[in-house]
Write a new protein. Sequence first.
Lengths: 424, 424
Amino acid sequence: MKEFTTKDKYNRVLKERAALPEGFQTAVQSFDFYPEERATDEPMRMNLTLIELDEPTDVFAGVFTRNAFPGYPVIIGRDLLGEDKISGILINNRISNVRCHGGKETALNITGELQELRKKDHPYLPSSTGIIGWKLPEKEMIGNLAPLSDKLKRTDFFEAAESIMTTDAFPKVRSADLDGGRICAIAKGAGMIEPDMATMLVFILTDIKIDRGELRKLFPEIINSTFNRISIDSDQSTSDTAIIFSSGRKECSSIDDFKKALYSVCSSLAEDIVRNGEGTSHLIRVTVSEAESVEEATGLGKALINSPLTKTAIFGNDPNVGRFIQAMGDHLGEKGVYINPDNIQISIGDQIVYEGGFFSLDEEKEKKLSNYMKDCSFVNSEGFPPHERSVDLNIKLGRGICSSQVLGSDLTYEYVRENADYRT
Amino acid sequence: MKEFTTKDKYNRVLKERAALPEGFQTAVQSFDFYPEERATDEPMRMNLTLIELDEPTDVFAGVFTRNAFPGYPVIIGRDLLGEDKISGILINNRISNVRCHGGKETALNITGELQELRKKDHPYLPSSTGIIGWKLPEKEMIGNLAPLSDKLKRTDFFEAAESIMTTDAFPKVRSADLDGGRICAIAKGAGMIEPDMATMLVFILTDIKIDRGELRKLFPEIINSTFNRISIDSDQSTSDTAIIFSSGRKECSSIDDFKKALYSVCSSLAEDIVRNGEGTSHLIRVTVSEAESVEEATGLGKALINSPLTKTAIFGNDPNVGRFIQAMGDHLGEKGVYINPDNIQISIGDQIVYEGGFFSLDEEKEKKLSNYMKDCSFVNSEGFPPHERSVDLNIKLGRGICSSQVLGSDLTYEYVRENADYRT
């Protein structure tokens, strides 16, 4: 369990994690622009981030939002999954390119110009995050492709992790070493907590050689049990995207080991995203076990971490098990599933709080649990997470052998402030 | 559209609505008690409320929470629906009698004592609302049945509407006249916004004569299209209860007219419950039309009013249509339903904000909409609702002839404060 006392210390750890796998270069470039949607003299600043493979690769995979009204980069990305090879990805922050006139053409124009500039036979993926409904500043973006291209280098992934941020409190980098090669991943996003600047973006690079078909089979499974098991506020963005590229430079000795390493990178990066929410003061880890199916366990876990009453209780350091029972009962009632409440056991941390059909709480235990929750809170998330602790809820259903873990955040004043005070 | 300038004016309107139908008496009685769960010198105050029919009736119906872990009064109430006749109902606030040792026996003992005291051949329903997990003060409750019984009178329902409140900001009464008789209803609850004192309770009295089977057919339908279409925070309580009794004193000339009158009473009372939330600063009315089915329309409406991002935007008087699209797309994506975004039209108040696949907003329109939202906000809900206005979102899906209306509340600092600052 890591503790971070200063931002410098946090960033030092991140830079250690951020060494690029072989066969990749990255670059970032910032510029000012005047959005046409606002009659203002104040320019906005946009960061471009380029990830490029030394040689276009056929080993890439992508998982996109299930939102029925996705942004244009998601629509284009889904098409490009069918390509033989891909040259890399161009990411911009500030504007998400969703539901604006000509958004698809603009994205294709920009990546087309990049492909020509970089003299590649294969396309680049576009990726955008930021305000919904506004147009990308196409001219300015194209004008900045040459200086961006000039900056490509093969040092580390840290700068890119900072460059893709919107309202993220801190950059997020995770990595794992394997077979002399490595997996290195960055993420942007604090769930949907940002005002209109929704979107979780995850970019994973590896030099481990793996079959394209194999990667496309295992990647969605891993996303499903990591990034799809976190929830800040139950809202799924129009642009959520996770992309993985392999440069194929290092032989893979065991696909199982690769899978394990990728799972560990994704699951710790998923935690970072929840921890990162500026509105988040507690990371909540719900483990539901003894369920009849993984789906049942995941459904109950998500019902808990999406319940406003559970979330506000944990914000208030209140071991309010009545609300957990209520949220679970609501979910089960809606699903029409009967689970005997006498067989359920609920713990917070290492303390049992419900067992045999009844609450098991007294004033002393409540005080202990409230202090446990206080210890888990993020007193400082100004530019770095102070620690990696979480409030652990363990639910045993007493009716099967399946289990699932989901991660969520509490519901705070800061969440409401950020999301209500945006434009008015 | 009513405006209420003072609490007195609001209560005067309520008292006019609260005349009892024939054949009923009500009484309230308060007392202090010391809950065994807390070692404290401060007593708590409990209100008992009794609703009694002059003659036990066979015409009664009840709809209870779908929550899989219901409270004991709900478990008992479901049983008692099978009785030939019922004498009335005894309601207490403060403790909800959920998941505590011996809770079922306690509830039956108390209503049993009441039945004996009132010399009735038929039982009373129990109903409780308040803290989850604590025990009812059985001895004190039984000791207060005689003074409660002495206070029975046939004046009005207003006192009872006040007596069943927990953290409700104001009492709620609605009524309708029909065939020389009337329907009069009271409700308690601010959704699940109260810390542990969950529960919506609705009690409806009528002297209109109607067949038991007919009532039990139409009552769940009406509940489903009124109280089941409101959501404060998507959490369903362990004790939600709606009960209707008929004394059968007045002939019913048209069952359709009775149904319409009952719908109107329930739907306005449902609005009052949403408006009542202490954390609520806007009532949101979402109308989804041109849907393929009522379920589709209701599902989309609920997705909108349960989306934290939609709720915080409206709290902030922000006409943030990007979030509405995101919430709808999230719901449809999860359901696997494809709706062409080009055919959708979204309006806020009388302004179209999305049409033909694109946002339709400029700075002037946004300003106008923000002012519209400000006019709808509750600047004062200290003991009375200042007005009956709502923020109206109209969604046309362009694919069918079905529609549905749902009501919700915004997400505010006050909501977080009330639910986080409860015990610690």
